[in-house]
Write a protein that binds this ligand. Structure first.
Ligand code: AMP
Ligand code: ZN
Length: 468
């Protein structure tokens, strides 16, 4: 009988992850192993993402890589929020995209496309391989969002106000089970503007345009308007991953409002537990302060000399520990990565031999223990310095470790810019392939070729490359 050893490994080792919901580490038990469904809250594309946001995605990517090494098959969504995220993160204020479009005197589409592409370029620079992910857009899921509101309305979870349709948190007794801290309120000492809401915690599912013509608005059973930000994530998660998902990730600022709201509306609509494990990364701080665009202290990846040093920096801290982003901490990461590349160069002509199992096993133990990347990095360096391990073994073991670290230890691939439009075609082709509709998949492959790119398939997803 043929046994795939990779699928046996998780049982043998077990991956433990800290669950914000239970407040303890839990062993991962995917609903449909070896498949693991993961939803990671993606960026709001009204501007470039900053290095703080990128901590969220390197963390999500480290999780993805870890699960792959453990023998699982992640199905992973990172959404693109291109409508409905209001400036105060709750139910009032302007839509961030709408506001930026007005400021730049451009269309909403121009704004969201530009910053989606910029985000994709950042992912490429950080070796977050796009073919491993799906990137659905909120504006492509308006129908699904309306359907969820209809289901909620039918079950008596909603009420209407002058400005929209709201979720009634009184109808969901376990509301707020993730806990969390209302960061915005703490910082601003702000009074909560409840408007016509029955409870401060109630939140908008659909906001009405209310006579004002908006750049992005849709008809709905309740009138012309746009969906609430929280609802978008539930709709995209459910339509791409199903009503029950294994892991949901995001930054810790999303726990209190966004994720408690996602749980309330998803579980009320479906009657099922939405996500088994909730994982949250701590913030990247800049000179003691939170990085945010409104504080004006943002740094962009493209401003850094060595983007990959940012990935190294993130790996140096555990994802649940707040981390400082300073000139010194970045320079330290650059130096360490430089040393690693230098060592890798010295192995250029060395033939890989065997895996140094005593190190690789400890390395896996560390990352399978709630992604302990600082420990994993320390083990990697210990092996590099160990005179008892041969060069051939070091080379082989390092490349195995790099499957998780993603530092491109043995040479940077030549980076090319893949247009988001081509990426979207490649994702669509993958969907057809999954449905075994090879005719349509081949048509898309040809279309991608016409645009000057080629899709290559691998066990870990597809890769798009430029045609020579
Ligand atoms: P947003 O576009 O504001 O929804 O943020 C995208 C992701 O980045 C979310 O998961 C946020 O929680 C996360 N995030 C925002 N700022 C930071 C930061 N300074 N450090 C780490 N994660 C952050
Ligand atoms: Zn979200």
């Amino acid at each position: 009988m043929f046994l795939n050893w990779r699928f046996l490994q998780p049982k043998a080792r077990g991956v433990h992850l800290y669950n914000t919901k239970s407040k303890k580490k839990e062993i991962l038990k995917p609903l449909k192993a070896p498949l693991v469904s993961i939803y990671s809250c993606g960026p709001t594309v009204y501007g470039p993402v900053h290095v703080g946001n990128l901590r969220s995605y390197v963390f999500a990517d480290t999780l993805h890589r870890t699960l792959t090494v453990a023998g699982y098959k992640p199905k992973h969504v990172i959404n693109i929020t291109d409508v409905g995220h209001l400036t105060d993160d709750a139910d009032f204020g302007d839509d961030k995209v709408e506001k930026e479009a007005a400021k730049q005197k451009r269309s909403a589409k121009e704004i969201t496309e530009e910053y989606t592409q910029a985000f994709m370029d950042d992912l490429d620079a950080l070796n977050i391989v796009r073919g491993r992910y799906q990137f659905p857009k909120a504006t492509d899921h308006i129908t699904e969002q309306i359907e969820i509101i209809e289901a909620l309305e039918e079950k008596g979870h909603t009420y209407k106000t002058k400005d929209g349709v709201y979720f009634d948190t009184d109808t969901f007794p376990t509301y707020g089970e993730l806990g969390g801290v209302n960061l915005a309120q703490l910082q601003e000492g702000a009074r909560v503007d409840v408007g016509e809401k029955k409870n401060a915690a109630d939140f908008a599912l659909w906001k009405l345009s209310g006579g004002a013509k908006r750049l992005q608005e849709w008809d709905s059973p309740w009138g012309i308007g746009f969906p609430g930000w929280h609802l978008e994530c539930s709709a995209m998660a459910i339509s791409h991953l199903g009503e029950q998902i294994d892991i949901h990730t995001g930054g810790e600022d999303h726990i209190y409002t966004h994720h408690n709201n996602e749980i309330a509306q998803s579980e009320s609509a479906t009657g099922k537990t939405f996500a088994s494990i909730w994982m949250h990364n701590a913030f990247l701080n800049f000179g003691g302060e939170k990085i945010s665009k409104s504080l004006g202290n943002t740094t962009l990846l493209k401003e850094l000399d060595h983007p990959m040093a940012l990935r190294y920096l993130f790996l140096e801290a555990h994802y649940r520990t707040p981390q400082s982003f300073t000139k010194e901490s970045l320079a330290g990461a650059e130096r360490a990565l430089g040393r690693l590349h230098l060592f890798a160069d010295s192995l250029k002509d060395v033939k890989e031999t065997y895996v140094a199992n005593e190190y690789l096993n400890k390395f896996k133990e560390a990352i399978f223990d709630d992604l302990n990347t600082p420990k994993a990095l320390a083990l990697m360096w210990e092996m590099v310095r160990d005179a008892d391990v041969s060069k051939g073994a070091k080379k082989k073991t390092l490349s195995r470790m790099d499957r998780v670290l993603g530092l491109e230890i043995f040479g940077h691939r030549l980076k090319i810019k893949i247009p988001h439009e081509v990426q979207a075609l490649a994702e669509k082709r993958e969907e057809y392939r999954e449905k075994k509709d090879f005719k349509k998949a081949d048509e898309l492959r040809d279309l991608i070729k016409e645009k000057g790119f080629v899709v290559k398939d691998s066990d870990e997803g597809f890769i798009v490359e430029k045609l020579n």
